[in-house]
Design a protein around this ligand. Sequence first.
Ligand code: SF4
Ligand code: SF4
Length: 92
Amino acid sequence: MTCKSKQFNCVSCGECCRHIHLVEGLKHLQTNGVCKYLVNNECIIYENRPDLCKYDALYEMLKEQISLEDYDRLSVVYCEQLQNFKKDSVPQ
Ligand code: SF4
Ligand code: SF4
């Protein structure tokens, strides 16, 4: 992935693709929250994925409302929250 961001670092956990019921423009692709294009933790339509799935393209949609610095910062926060969903769902 090529991003303008210098701060955001996607670790390819796939959790964003497992919670697309939370995203209005993607929820039509989900079954129980998981995107139908997520296979073996990889996007099988990566080159043709929706703009909502692209870091830079999504920022282009939001740039009138949020600075790139805040977008980077919030992306890190949201990713941590998504990864905590995964941890919380693992039986102890
Ligand atoms: S939740 Fe964040 S870190 Fe995990 S794959 Fe999605 S963008 Fe990358
Ligand atoms: S289209 Fe690809 S990147 Fe977008 S939610 Fe589905 S699996 Fe994830």
